[in-house]
Design a protein around this ligand. Structure first.
Ligand SMILES: O=C(O)c1[nH]c(=O)[nH]c(=O)c1I
Length: 309
């Protein structure tokens, strides 16, 4: 089978890439992704100035996934613009994830990315759940609309958004209606971690991460059904947008399910954190094996074709 995929008219070897934030904070990590089987890579969400992030322990692997409250640790946007300036775009696309702490910060970073005129793709993170005291724009629809209007006006090139999970059809409808009003908004990445979960260690009778009394974003097996629902909900509601699936991907079968639900690319977070960049070779092999078993030669024979009963 051929895992060939097209994203924004660009042919890719396969639909696989990392999720922003995982194995992508430092140049050496990004280089490892560039050298891996991932067909595209995205940077850690960046802010105006470098951040240490939250106190540790701030990440915990779990039998069914992970919980994190990293707190946006990153090297500052100029570090990732510099990385983007040296990336080989003929080899594979590079996305820059931006999560400014204010509208002004976002606009400063977006304008800088526009002005360096690179083929890098902008993914605006609307959904970081772990900055103490900051409500995420993804759950403030008026703030989201204002941010997108300002970014679309300033950036004037195709860009995408990283959304939090939604759990209500009224929210799917409202958010889709906002996103559909922005022509430059070319792709939608669903989902970010399921925010503010609480994992308890029974023996210690304690939370397992330090920040925010142990409340953190949930990833991994726990979130696959919610991720698939959000991919399919926005695939149905935003026919002119490309959907990138993210959440709960650990095997080729999970990649297949995201594609069936309507994703064009599929991002890997928790499983990449645990397994390392070699996971992309395994996922590509498992997806090809599943496609062969089902008699599919190409992804576009089943992508977005989820049946209902
Ligand atoms: O805590 C983080 O750094 C973080 N953690 C997440 O799970 N999602 C995000 O978008 C971010 I910016």
């Amino acid at each position: 089978p051929d895992l060939g995929t097209e994203f924004l008219e660009r042919p890719l070897a396969n639909p696989l890439m990392n999720a922003a934030g995982v194995w992508c904070t430092l140049a050496a990590q990004l280089d490892a992704l560039a050298d891996s089987e991932a067909a595209a890579i995205v940077t850690k969400s960046c802010t105006l100035v470098r951040r240490d992030g939250n106190p540790e322990p701030r990440y915990r692997a779990l039998p069914l996934g992970s919980i994190n409250s990293m707190g946006l640790p990153n090297e500052g946007y100029l570090y990732y613009l510099d990385y983007a300036a040296h990336h080989d775009y003929d080899h594979k696309p590079l996305f820059v994830s931006v999560s400014g702490l204010s509208l002004d910060d976002n606009l400063t970073i977006v304008a800088a990315l526009r002005d360096v005129v690179l083929p890098a793709l902008l993914e605006i993170n609307l959904s970081c759940p772990n900055v103490p005291g900051k409500a995420q724009p993804g759950y403030d629809f008026e703030a989201m609309d204002e941010l997108l209007a300002e970014v679309a006006t300033a950036y004037r090139r195709p860009f995408g958004v990283k959304l939090p999970p939604y759990f209500d059809f009224a929210h799917f409808d409202t958010v889709a209606q906002i996103l559909n009003r922005y022509e430059h908004l070319a792709f939608i990445t669903c989902i970010n971690s399921v925010g503010n979960a609480l994992i308890i260690d029974t023996g210690q009778e304690s939370a397992v991460i330090r920040p925010k009394d142990g409340f953190g974003g949930l990833g991994g097996d726990y979130v696959l059904p919610t991720a698939l629902a959000n991919v399919n909900a926005f695939h149905r509601r935003c026919p002119t947008k490309t959907i990138i699936g993210c959440g709960g991907v650990r095997t080729g079968e999970h990649v297949f399910q995201h594609l069936l639900a309507g994703a064009t690319l599929v991002q890997v977070g928790t499983a990449l954190y645990e397994e390392g960049p070699g996971i992309f070779q395994r996922l590509a092999r498992e997806l090809a094996e599943l496609m062969a078993h089902k008699g599919y030669r190409r992804i576009d024979e089943f992508r977005g074709r989820l049946k209902t009963l």
